[in-house]
Ligand binder design. Structure first.
Ligand SMILES: N[C@@H](CCC(=O)N[C@@H](CS)C(=O)NCC(=O)O)C(=O)O
Length: 227
């Protein structure tokens, strides 16, 4: 197994599917804040990464993989979370990409927006989220569940899990009308390694008012800066 260093920030967003894949497959890696990895504040380090944004996966100290989708697909291949046929790999990827479409504005809203701005963004997003939840609900019926392709999770399951999990900050009863998605969320939580990851990851608190991540027991503002 290569040495894996996942570099990102203080937020629950684009590094989450990658970490779920790593947790589900018990794959060793380190998670490093940008300022720790680079030894300087993010604005100074920014020009040193391929597309001036994170996450980035550093493999064996030399290969730098940018773009969250590329990171997850690389990890899925490395850890065996890809189906055998190229047709089914494309179907898995389509579901992963459908979940990635939620990234913006869902992730920044949950991690950063406050007050009236948060409320307005939540109300604006909910109808579109429900349309896509309906798609996911239907697709979960295709292979009998509990995952999108039956009883074996692939990386798309972790992308969808992350975004649906995050959307719960908008509405705790989000999945009331989606029984297959409820079963799916429980099944992902039940994957060996995933529950332990969910228990140990920094808790996201104060969403909509004062978003913070509880890191080593200390609430810290979400963001791209150390302090
Ligand atoms: N398409 C990119 C988007 C990456 C992205 O938007 N990263 C944000 C954090 S979620 C970032 O680096 N923000 C800091 C900045 O732009 O300086 C991906 O999927 O990785």
């Amino acid at each position: 197994m290569p040495e894996l260093r996942l570099v990102y920030f203080k937020m629950r967003a684009l590094a989450e599917a990658a970490q779920l894949v790593l947790a589900a497959t018990d794959t060793p890696y380190t998670y490093e804040m940008a300022w720790d990895y680079f030894g300087e504040p993010w604005p100074e380090a920014k020009p040193k990464v391929p597309f001036r944004q994170l996450p980035m996966l550093v493999v064996d100290g030399d290969t730098k993989i940018a773009q969250s989708g590329a990171v997850v697909r690389y990890l899925a291949e490395l850890t065996g979370l890809l189906p055998g046929s190229s047709k089914q790999r494309a179907e898995v990827d389509a579901i992963f990409e459908a979940s990635q479409e939620w990234f913006n504005p869902l992730n920044p809203t949950v991690n950063f927006a406050v007050g009236d701005d948060f409320a307005a963004k939540r109300e604006a997003q909910l109808p579109g989220l429900h349309l896509r939840l309906g798609d996911f609900e239907r697709l979960l019926g295709q292979h009998g569940g509990p995952f999108f392709f039956g009883d074996q999770p692939y990386y798309c399951d972790f992308g969808v899990f992350h975004h649906v999990d995050l959307a719960h900050f908008f509405d705790a009863s989000l999945l009331n009308d989606y029984p297959r998605l409820q079963t799916f969320m429980s099944a992902v939580r039940g994957v060996t390694g995933v529950q332990a990851y969910l228990d140990r990851r920094p808790e996201l608190i104060g969403v909509g008012s004062k978003p913070q991540l509880v890191i080593d027991g200390r609430p810290e503002p979400t963001g791209v800066m150390k302090a």
